[in-house]
Design a protein around this ligand. Sequence first.
Ligand code: NAD
Ligand code: TYD
Length: 336
Amino acid sequence: MTKILITGGAGFIGSNFVRMLSAKGGHELLNLDALTYAGNLENLTELEADPDYHFVRADISKRKAVEGVFADFRPEVVVHFAAESHVDRSVLDATAFVTTNVLGTQVLLDMSRQYDVARFVHVSTDEVYGSLGPTGLFTEESPLQPNSPYSASKTGSDLLVRAAHHTHGFDTVITRCSNNYGPYQFPEKLIPLMIANALEDKSLPVYGDGKNVRDWIYVEDHCEAIARVMTNGKAGEVYNIGGNEERENIWVVKKILEILGKSEEQIEYVKDRPGHDRRYAIDGTKIANELGWTPKHDFESGLKATVEWYLANREWWERVRSGEYREYYEENYGAR
Ligand code: NAD
Ligand code: TYD
């Protein structure tokens, strides 16, 4: 049994990763999550009775609380997902992004070294590389040129992880992934927002000209890639992870409407996001050649499966949109 501490396991990708590792077996998992607006324990209800899964509510930027968790659990591996993750929120106020993404990551690095963690997996994003023109791909050697407060704070965390390896010889690996989609994504991000709005006959707000390009990856593929890096990645290395599925936003929005049989009249072009990155696209050669990982899901079938999940789990996202999901923690884990 390997003891793995997962931060941010109540969020979108973290909860999919916890579910995947739990299904693989052979691990004792501790999910450390602050339960911000993005954290939802309803993402993991099926694991509550599992003796090899534990949850603790803690804020990664609070050193004392994090130290208590490390002292009790003594993790062998840390997989670090916890972050403020939404670009639009970082445009409005960057404070929590600096506290969680930068300070919180340093606290985790300090505690991981202090408690002899064997490997620290830092889950990062392709957004640290900035924006591409119409051609070219992000490689691990691309310069770090973040444009939003979100991506700047993630870049800060990547550099602190790099420094922990370089200065202290600490075993770290960094993953930089493209845009994820799939079950349990918070309906503020493009795909779940558009699905939910379409189903509620609301307008679908497309920023700018709708021609910004993202490289979409199904969340299960990302989780498999992280697991591969966790077990086989080389210490001190960075691995890009992509879906090889570049699409303009407007293509994605129209496809969702087509799958749902809804009218394109619901689309509303709105004012662009300030500093909106034009294009992201990943060169996944390194992880394919060195670790033998490539994505399994193509975008069209993954998107269809995702739309079906949101149709079948309407209660989940309605409780998120109404705010009722916040009551779940109090009901099941006591008052805050
Ligand atoms: P999310 O917003 O859905 O979940 C983030 C989780 O972190 C939530 O459960 C939240 O409660 C928790 N959290 C936030 N602040 C915390 C704090 N101070 N202490 C403890 N927990 C805290 O995010 P996501 O989309 O699942 O992304 C997870 C990670 O993957 C992030 O690090 C993000 O940068 C990275 N990433 C995301 C994408 C994407 O497309 N969503 C792509 C590449 C990389
Ligand atoms: P998002 O899901 O916020 O991810 P990121 O900005 O981290 O790539 O947005 C994906 C793309 O969709 C991005 O180009 C912004 C655009 N977008 C819209 O056009 N309308 C929206 O309501 C949202 C949330 C995003």
